[in-house]
Design a protein. Structure first.
Length: 319
């Protein structure tokens, strides 16, 4: 089973995700990583052997090892040739990883790094937003997807090691990256550039569906939302949540925080740090600062248990 999103999503398991390609745009990175790992191990063994000779070898062998010829060959020519060859090969191997533009009919998604979460916008052929989400990306397996990566504040870095190499997200600039999952599954990602505060708690999930499952998922997301009703919906408005969050089909249209239109269907909360259920929703609303210190949402400790339960039930219903 593929590694789920979360704080340790890119760290646990064997082989490590960067050595376990699950798509064509991760395979060159995996091959390069294995080559450098094996090559580095060989160089280490050679250096240890030379050290052993220098410490315990016989006199003639020591003199030969310390001679001008050995130094020129082993210390200058060999590393110069090997490192140059690795550089040229590595640049050639990864030359196609940064996309130049969309292909005809290719799915496009804009992902924007925020402090400390991910804004996701699914685009049409003209680059207009047709669906919005947060901290989770859904794609059809077996098809390439073009990601338009940017940042709303500081430098972040998008990294799903199973599916592609990392790419920086820079304010005022759009970088293009292709990803593709060969098989359905959930693939964990993480911000790979220190961006202050709870940077280490800025994870996300890429969910790859079969084409048929993706079509059903997409249709469900494009369907009109049911009108908001009940105590939780009223409390969402009166507590000021609508000032920062959007819920389609309601008058909640805040843009400072994640879009919550389908928050109940997400796998995690807090950008990958908690499983998503009613209990964790209530805990996050009440005291998210103890769960993810420094994030930009205030804790709502003033709400009663009954109010938290109503809000949690309303959030859970948004699917």
């Amino acid at each position: 089973m593929r590694v789920e999103a979360g704080l340790n999503s890119v760290l646990r398991g064997w082989p490590p995700p960067v050595l376990d390609a699950a798509g064509p745009f991760a395979q060159p990175v995996t091959l390069l990583a294995w080559t450098l790992l094996i090559g580095g191990t060989v160089v280490l063994l050679v250096v240890l052997a030379a050290l052993a000779v220098a410490l315990w070898g016989k006199g003639p062998l020591k003199r030969k090892l310390g001679g001008d010829r050995a130094i020129w060959i082993g210390g200058v020519a060999f590393p110069g040739v090997v490192l140059t060859a690795l550089l040229v090969w590595g640049l050639w191997l990864t030359s196609d990883l940064q996309a130049a533009g969309p292909r005809p009919g290719e799915m496009r998604v804009r992902v924007t790094g925020e402090m400390w979460w991910w804004r996701v916008a699914y685009l049409d052929g003209e680059g207009r937003t047709v669906m919005s989400d947060a901290n989770e990306l859904h794609i059809p397996a077996g098809q390439s997807v073009l990601l338009e990566l940017g940042s709303a504040d500081v430098i972040h870095s998008f990294w799903v090691p199973h599916l592609a190499g990392k790419m920086d997200m820079i304010p005022g600039r759009t970088n293009l990256l292709r990803i593709q999952a060969d098989k359905p599954g959930t693939y964990g990602g993480q911000c790979a550039e220190y961006c202050g505060g709870p940077h280490a708690l800025m994870g996300f999930a890429v969910v790859a569906h079969t084409p048929e499952s993706f079509a059903r998922w997409q249709a469900s997301r494009l369907a009109p939302s049911a009108p908001a009703a009940g105590k939780g919906a009223a409390l969402f408005k009166s507590a000021g949540c609508a000032a920062c969050h959007t819920i389609a089909g309601t008058d909640a249209n805040g843009l400072a925080g994640p879009d919550l239109t389908h928050v109940g269907s997400r796998r995690t909360l807090g950008a990958g740090i908690l499983p998503n259920n009613r209990g964790t929703l209530m805990g996050w609303i009440a005291d998210n600062q103890s769960l993810k210190p420094g994030n930009r949402m205030p804790s709502y400790k003033q709400l009663s248990p009954e109010e938290l339960a109503a809000l949690g039930a309303y959030m859970e219903s948004l699917k």
